[in-house]
Write a protein that binds this ligand. Sequence first.
Ligand SMILES: Nc1ncnc2c1ncn2[C@@H]1O[C@H](COP(=O)(O)OP(=O)(O)O)[C@@H](O)[C@H]1O
Ligand SMILES: [Mg+2]
Length: 265
Amino acid sequence: MTVIEATGLRYAYPDGTLAVDGIDVTIEAGEQVALVGPNGAGKSTLLQLLGGLIDPDSGTVRYFGETDDADDVRDRMSVLTQDPADYLFNPTVEEDLAYGPGQLSLSRAEIDHRVDRITARFDLEALRSKPPFRLSGGEQRRAALASALTVDPDVLLLDEPVSNVDAANRATILRLLEELSAQGTTIVISTPETELVPHVADRVLLLDGDGIAADGSTREVMTDAGLLADCDLRPPQVVRLFADHETVPLTVEEAQERLQMGDSR
Ligand SMILES: Nc1ncnc2c1ncn2[C@@H]1O[C@H](COP(=O)(O)OP(=O)(O)O)[C@@H](O)[C@H]1O
Ligand SMILES: [Mg+2]
């Protein structure tokens, strides 16, 4: 099933900056897709267009083959912008977590159940009754992502969810994304970090500021040093280290496995 089908997207900001110019994107159910590109390539703008947070100047976005109106699918799709503060505006973290499900017609008991479950899953117990603005940057990201998941979305659009997040919080978030992928959640994640890509996506849309420079498997795109260099990016370190090996590992974990199996070349 096609979850998002965007055609001919074009978007200019009020000051005239043409941020997205003629982009087509199709996302299938269950895919994990990374929008990768250098700063200013248009990742955030494209993600907001796909999530229906802004309207294109021209082009259309169709959801689940059913509707062009993102508001019709708010209970199936969550969008997380780059700024966690967009999602944390209640007096406490707990109230922020209850906000999304509160917009759906759910019983109080079901809302409480979802908040409890997501609090445990994201290790947010200690932060539950705190005002969100007292949280550290990484904690805010964790709380914002948790709030995006309380509606149990089929589709998750995330703008740089682990930027400026410390190693422990990052690991927690990546593990959760892996679990969601395993459950079949469709995930689109923007990042300027090639290191992150093999951990979160099996398909890459590479943006270079002029449009989509490549659309391929993570392996194809992340091992193509020339293509990445054209976008001012480099392959992940482990890819560079093993570049002359027959099969190039994409993550350190893959490399360790390979080395344990006795691959010296
Ligand atoms: N609010 C805005 N007003 C004007 N230009 C903007 C605004 N937001 C982003 N841009 C410009 O649009 C382009 C794409 O930005 P953005 O989508 O944020 O890229 P990325 O997320 O890849 O860093 C850049 O040239 C950026 O300077
Ligand atoms: Mg951005």
